[in-house]
Design a protein around this ligand. Structure first.
Ligand code: SF4
Length: 164
């Protein structure tokens, strides 16, 4: 059965910038977890950032532009943490590929894990359309990313691919 890369914070790991997790109730996640199919992964920790850490946002663009070197990620004290985010994304891709994970379920709005929305770079809780750095790299490499709000869509996708 196909493995699924999942944002570690959605699975009870307290790895967010504020040292919390994001409790996520889902019968599907519970079932996949009991089947041993979930790979918990936090790209920001894998990229060398600490827990807790300063909140960070992508300035002016989105994760694809960070990969292309035309945008950067800064924390709220003005430190450039782009390399940490890019390294974490690369490790997420390596982990997904080495485990044959065809899809990922990642936390929406994160500058690493967001798939439809991220924050706008002003640290004022304003969101905009865009992908995080890890999501952009996974999707560029053929790994379909769903958000934590799209878990049923992920299950339908796996069913369509006949890898439920
Ligand atoms: Fe969760 Fe992703 Fe942020 Fe790590 S980088 S805390 S997995 S949303």
């Amino acid at each position: 059965m196909n493995k699924i890369l999942v944002s570690a914070c959605l699975l009870g790991n307290k790895v967010r910038y504020d040292a919390n997790d994001v409790p996520t109730e889902s019968n599907l996640l519970d079932r996949w977890n009991s089947e041993g199919r979930l790979i918990a992964f936090c790209p920001e920790v894998a990229g060398g950032l600490s827990v807790p850490r300063l909140p960070a946002e992508i300035q002016n663009d989105d994760g694809g532009a960070v990969l292309d070197g035309t945008a950067k990620v800064f924390d709220n004290q003005g430190n450039d943490v782009s390399e940490n985010f890019i390294n974490g994304a690369k490790k997420a891709l390596e982990t997904a590929q080495s485990n044959n994970a065809g899809i990922a379920i990642l936390k929406e709005k994160s500058p690493s894990c967001g798939s439809s929305f991220i924050y706008d770079g002003t640290f004022s809780s304003v969101r905009k359309i865009g992908q995080g750095v890890t999501t952009a790299l996974l999707e560029r490499n053929g790994i379909k990313v769903f958000s934590d709000l799209e878990i049923e869509s992920a299950a339908e996708y796996l069913e369509r691919m006949n890898v439920k």
